[in-house]
Design a protein around this ligand. Structure first.
Ligand SMILES: Nc1ncnc2c1ncn2[C@@H]1O[C@H](COP(=O)(O)OP(=O)(O)OP(=O)(O)O)[C@@H](O)[C@H]1O
Length: 262
């Protein structure tokens, strides 16, 4: 099954073109990384997938998610676990009083918080506990968002998506603000998630491209400049082209790193 099938998709903010002629097919079982410079359109591509941004009607296009053209947005978002820094910041600003358990439970109603009128079954309570355990944060079940570290809150937000057992996790720069240890354990967590769902990871750090990532899309000049199997796309030449710098990358233990930049 195709998770994403975009053909000739254009999009803009007001009248300003942001992405042009996007052709992208992501199949079940594949794991993708999206790379590109600041402002190249990575988050806009994610917003197109999540239907927070829409294709321009000026061009004829195909936009299918899970082989369907039209979706109830709430249903779609349950199948796509979308983790953005916007959501993280929103919880930080407006959900400081919530516990880790409540952040995870709030996923059932896609709300920022748990309210008296919301009805949860015993199974749902139990599932939220299992999710906390899976994410290794059961010990902070009662801890309030206002007292959490960035890494702890980021895990809770993953948990909020995880209760729906999404078929895909879309992670837009998920390690922003994490120290080296938290970054490493977060990438290990995403690897664990990749065993049960497809991953679409937007990142600026090539060392975060973990071995299970099978495909890479490079965004440059408002379009997908190159895409395909990781080994073919993640080359010094391609990265030098999209970042307009002389970049040398290398690989060790199946992980990529930047050797030098001129
Ligand atoms: N809400 C908005 N209204 C108008 N323009 C926007 C909006 N959001 C993004 N843009 C513009 O669209 C372009 C692509 O932005 P986008 O956030 O998709 O890039 P990005 O690759 O995710 O960048 P970064 O790596 O800095 O997060 C940029 O020129 C940006 O200024």
């Amino acid at each position: 099954m195709n998770i994403i099938d975009f053909k000739n998709v254009y999009t803009n903010y007001d009248l300003k073109p942001v992405l042009e002629n996007i052709n992208l097919t992501i199949k079940e079982g594949e794991h993708w990384t999206i790379l590109g410079s600041n402002g190249s359109g990575k988050s806009s591509l994610i917003k197109l997938i999540s239907s927070d941004l829409h294709p321009s009607k000026k061009y004829s296009y195909t936009k299918k998610i899970f082989n369907k053209e039209r979706w109830d947005i709430f249903e779609l978002k349950k199948k796509l676990g979308i983790i953005t820094n916007e959501l993280h910041n929103y919880f930080e600003m407006h959900g400081g009083f919530l516990s880790a358990y409540e952040v995870v439970l709030s996923g059932y109603y896609s709300s920022i918080g748990v309210f008296k009128h919301q009805d949860f079954s015993q199974e749902q309570y139990q599932k939220a506990l299992e999710v906390l355990e899976f994410l290794d944060i059961l010990d902070i079940k009662e801890k309030k968002v206002s007292q959490m570290s960035t890494g702890q809150l980021r895990r809770c937000i993953i948990g909020r998506a995880l209760i729906h057992d999404p078929q895909v996790f879309i992670l837009d720069e998920p390690t922003v603000g994490l120290d080296i240890k938290a970054q490493n354990s977060f990438i290990e967590l995403i690897r664990k998630l990749s065993k049960q769902a497809s991953i679409i990871l937007v990142t600026h750090h090539i060392e975060e491209i973990f071995p299970e990532i099978s495909h890479v899309a490079l965004i440059y000049k408002k379009t997908i400049y190159k895409q395909g199997k990781k080994e073919n796309i993640l080359t010094s030449q391609n990265l030098s082209e999209i970042f307009e710098l002389d970049i040398n990358i290398n690989k060790k233990n199946n992980r990529y790193y930047i050797e030098d930049i001129n």
